[in-house]
Design a protein around this ligand. Structure first.
Ligand code: KG4
Ligand code: ZN
Length: 354
């Protein structure tokens, strides 16, 4: 099945065309530099940038697609080969989502194709299973697995049973892990996106956990997590109210690293509990934060203990937001027969959970 997918949920304008879960064309235009100075994504800036970029990104993706060889016919692909249009419906920034939804509706109607409305988090969930045009990496989608979704808006441990049955085993009760890293970076005087900045600062610190910040809810049996108290702790810490005066630039690195350790240690310990509680050792991880090499290392170490290896999305482009993962989630949805019945009236929906 050939699906053209669109994601405009946050600060990336992305269009991909896939054959089942193989990417034939993928184009993403990032707005990172437009938001960097604001310490977070500015919704109106994002909307205007999506409106400016959506047509050129779509055009480039279609050009790449039409240059690729059709595997069964002695010719290149054409636009009429596309079987369905898919779009992120939510969760995300509403005025940003609307740009993609409008374009997807327009395409579905003018091309007379079915429309698939995708939950952005289901996209991240399937991101470790996106393949390139020749079907690599060669990994099947397991019938049963655990998924860790760790992004700027979500931190969830999910049990997946077959196509479309998702049970949330645990999630953050307040800030998401990525959000906590973004806020910490801002407190340390750095811009958006904070997770990558914290990772760079933490790199080459000899003692990774100098300040050993609190790990909220860690002793509790629940798989839920909390990161907002940690953020408040950092705020008081930086004011010197925890008895430490931050007076050297070098200390910034140690603070960043200690904060990162507190966030990741919490997630890893909850994941460990999830594996033990369910007995499931197949783990797939998705979301922007898994771009972090320290988190990848800690996740690998945890799963080694459980005699398995975690499945990550390729570092290159599939950790952050992208339409390729939306295409795979859409393909799974199409297999379940879930298409939009009233295309004209499809609106952005706050699809918070899976
Ligand atoms: O999945 P994503 O691109 O967007 C959402 O759906 O939220 O995730 C964005 C989050 C941000 O919080 C960003 O700081 C974080 O992913 N992030 C990282 C890294 N790169 C991006 N966090 C830690 N280390 C990184 N290298
Ligand atoms: Zn995302």
């Amino acid at each position: 099945m050939l699906i053209l997918a669109i994601d405009t949920s946050a600060d990336d304008t992305s269009v991909a065309i896939l054959r089942d879960r193989c990417v034939i064309a993928s184009v993403t235009s990032s707005q990172i530099t437009s938001h960097a100075g604001w310490g977070g994504i500015m919704p109106i800036v994002a909307k205007l940038a999506h409106e400016k970029k959506i047509d050129p990104v779509l055009k480039r993706a279609l050009n790449l697609f039409q240059k690729a060889r059709h595997p069964d016919l002695n010719r290149c692909y054409t636009q009429t080969d596309i079987d369905a249009i898919a779009v992120t419906q939510g969760p995300g920034l509403s005025i940003a989502l609307e740009v993609g939804i409008l374009k997807a509706k327009e395409l579905a109607i003018t091309m007379n194709k079915p429309l698939i409305a995708v939950n952005h988090m289901e996209g991240h969930l399937y991101s470790p299973f996106v393949q390139n045009s020749v079907g690599l990496p060669q990994r099947d989608i397991p019938s049963r697995f655990l998924s860790l979704l760790i992004s700027g808006g979500h931190t969830q441990i999910i049990q997946v049973d077959g196509n479309g049955k998702y049970t949330i085993l645990g999630e953050t009760v307040d800030d998401a892990a990525g959000e906590a890293l973004d806020k910490a970076a801002r407190m340390l005087g750095f811009g958006y996106p904070g997770g990558a900045v914290i990772e760079r600062l933490a790199h080459e610190v000899s003692n990774l956990d100098t300040f050993h910040f609190p790990r909220p809810m860690i002793g509790q049996q629940t798989l839920d997590m909390s990161f907002s108290g940690l953020k408040t702790h950092l705020m008081y810490f930086l004011k010197g109210e925890k008895g430490v005066v931050v007076d050297q630039v070098g200390q910034l690195r140690e603070i960043a690293s200690s904060f990162q350790e507190a966030v990741f240690d919490t997630v890893i310990r909850k994941l460990d509990k999830a594996v033990i509680q369910t007995g499931i050792t197949t783990l797939a991880v998705g979301g922007g934060v898994i771009a972090n090499k320290r988190l990848r290392y800690l996740t690998r170490k945890l799963m080694k203990k459980h005699h398995d290896i975690p499945l990550f999305p390729p570092l290159k482009y599939l950790c952050g937001d992208n339409a390729a993962m939306i295409g795979v989630a859409a393909w799974r949805q199409a297999e379940r027969g879930e298409f939009v019945t009233d295309i004209q009236n499809l609106s952005r929906e706050p699809r918070k959970s899976l």
